[in-house]
Design a protein around this ligand. Sequence first.
Ligand code: ADP
Length: 425
Amino acid sequence: MRHLLLILLACGLLGLISGQYAWALVLGLGAYLLWHIKQLLRLHHWLRTRQPDEAPPEGYGLWGEVFDNIYHLQRRDQRVRGRLQAVIDRVQESTAALRDAVVMLDADGNLEWWNHAAEQLLGLKTPQDSGQTITNLVRHPGFKEYFETGNFQEPLDLPSPADDRKQLQFQITQYGNREHLMLVRDVTRLHLLEQMRKDFIANVSHELRTPLTVIAGYLETLLDNVEDVNPRWLRALQQMQQQGARMQSLLNDLLLLAKLEATDYPSDNQPVAVDLLLLSIKNDAQALSGSRNHRISLEADASLRLKGSEAELRSAFSNLVFNAVKYSPEDSEIRIRWWGDELGGHFSVADSGIGIEAKHLPRLTERFYRVDSSRASSTGGTGLGLAIVKHVLLRHRARLDISSVMGKGSTFTCHFPLQQLNRRN
Ligand code: ADP
């Protein structure tokens, strides 16, 4: 501003001397404009050719300030960028040093970044695999299904695609724009321990079976001839036989559980006629009820079949129906239903028995969990029935729903997904 005033003053003076005000003004403003254009060109040249730390050219007045301000802005930008880069480097260094694999995937499941552990655990190769779809590299059908379903609440355990002696646990989190962060842990040790536990139980149960059969056999013979031996022993022998039978059913249930745990899916996947299966279970339940005379009703959609193992489904459904008989008073009503809708297939058993307190419901499917142990021994239950039901349902992709009101009754419902159904017309 000061410069402009000085120039105008000089032009005024020149006009006064020469008498040509207009020309003097044109001359003065022209020179002023030329000077500005020159400064602009210097700025342009500096911006285009400058080196990272090169200071701006000397400028005068307003241009000097513009040069300096641009220079400061650039310096500040550089510092912020430097700090961000340092943070990124640290994050990358620390994730690279992690023993767990970290893999970043885009919304479609294509690989964007992974750490060193991912190369060892999953066999990813840098840089060839960049941009590849994860399901092409981890080629397990279980992983494909897990990834495509998009329900990552529970982690997934699978053998490593790079080394099948290793067992991995996959945990996926979705963030930002549906991108995925996948963490993979080596859980081989835990898996081996778990396997040892399962094998131990299966072996012990198996080994106990033979001695128990021998004892039960002799007890039966003794009971048949108790008059010859000593009639006073009758009660003791009867109790021994009863407890022996309990032990036998306990071992059978333990072996069945071990068998169910050995694989993830039933080997059989044939459509099962649930209505016929339920009819035979209903007849068995009526026999179990005997003189207690439960009124058992069955409503089943005969056209709706369920893909899976008939033997496993029979043990799950019969456990639920027999429980209803065991835990409801005589002459009470038990409703068995099998129906389908747009959500899938549903099997339910509703009794009007003693009911279960809400606080027990979440733990009911645990092994040996009993609401009331004194009652359980009188019903002859093993405490493994609902654990078996849970395992069978898990293998058929189904879930168990329990609702109960104390003193009014309980309803156990199994929900099967549509893909397990087969409708016969
Ligand atoms: P159990 O062999 O003892 O019946 P389960 O695993 O089948 O073992 O059941 C666990 C517990 O759940 C039972 O001890 C019983 O207290 C309770 N329970 C199961 N079904 C019912 C039912 N229909 N009504 C009331 N209580 C039930």
